[in-house]
Design a protein around this ligand. Structure first.
Ligand SMILES: Cc1cc2nc3c(=O)[nH]c(=O)nc-3n(C[C@H](O)[C@H](O)[C@H](O)COP(=O)(O)O)c2cc1C
Length: 236
């Protein structure tokens, strides 16, 4: 296993893979690293679909527009922002807190936060609740600095996409550290891929597909270019 910074600097989007078997142990290490990423309110609003069987990989690769990284990968991970998992995740955390003998005050605090989250994160039919909440927050903002939480479904997907992307990055860095290469892809047919995975457009949005495998010895990456630090960073 290599050091974290080495993994970050070595990682490249690899476009051609060699056919190698990814062991169950390796798969679990990589996925475990993904779910250890930070997430908003610790709600982990995503689901990762590991596509490893040849037949399913072929279908998904085709839905990734037949891109070479997808076609040659040993496995594909479809990272989905998942708004349908929020209540069960909060419930899961609450049960875990009770099992772990958290102080009653901490449990009540969490229950309260989860309840507020449930009220805030429910856009309602045709975004009706969201419109009302939006107006309330606009008014509250006149008097207090409280910002605007994600209210409409599109805001909620944007919110969930941030945490999903962090999980994806963890996955790619962990894979690199374990000697496996990756390529993130947003070139896919979202509608068909969602249908194939049985996703619902109400709760799910595919964020990216990650091709995973061992870089082909016949493939050489182009040199890596990044904007200089001063163009990327503002130090205040
Ligand atoms: C959100 C996202 C979407 C991407 N989509 C694709 C894609 O569909 N196909 C592809 O070959 N590479 C894709 N890439 C890889 C980028 O082209 C690559 O990361 C970038 O050129 C920098 O190269 P490097 O990662 O090797 O440093 C994507 C990367 C990101 C972060």
């Amino acid at each position: 296993m290599i050091e974290t910074l080495d993994a970050i600097f070595q990682r490249r989007a690899v476009k051609v893979f060699e056919p190698v078997e990814i062991s169950r142990e390796l798969r679990e290490q990589i996925l475990n690293a993904a779910r250890h990423a930070p997430s908003s309110f610790n709600l982990q609003p995503y689901r990762l679909y590991w596509v490893g069987s040849a037949a399913q990989k072929a279908v998904v690769a085709n839905l990734c527009l037949g891109q070479k990284p997808a076609e040659t990968a040993s496995a594909l991970v479809v990272a989905v922002a998942d708004l349908g998992s929020l209540s069960s995740t909060a419930q899961g955390q609450l049960e875990w807190m009770r099992r772990s003998n958290f102080a009653e005050t901490k449990i009540r605090d969490y229950q309260r936060t989860a309840k507020i989250g449930r009220i805030l994160f429910m856009p309602g039919p045709f975004g009706m609740f969201a419109a009302v909440k939006h107006a309330v927050f606009r008014l509250l903002n006149l008097r207090k600095v409280i910002g605007m939480p994600p209210l409409y479904r599109q805001d909620l997907f944007k919110w969930a996409t941030k945490s999903t992307s962090l999980a994806c990055q963890n996955l790619m860095i962990a894979a690199e550290a374990l000697g496996i290469n990756t390529c993130p892809m947003e070139g896919f047919d979202g509608r068909r891929l969602s249908q194939y995975l049985g996703l619902s457009s109400r709760y799910h949005e595919i964020v990216m597909v990650i091709a995973i495998g061992k870089k082909s010895s016949a493939y050489t990456e182009p040199p890596q270019w990044r904007r200089p630090l001063h163009a990327t960073v503002t130090v205040l």
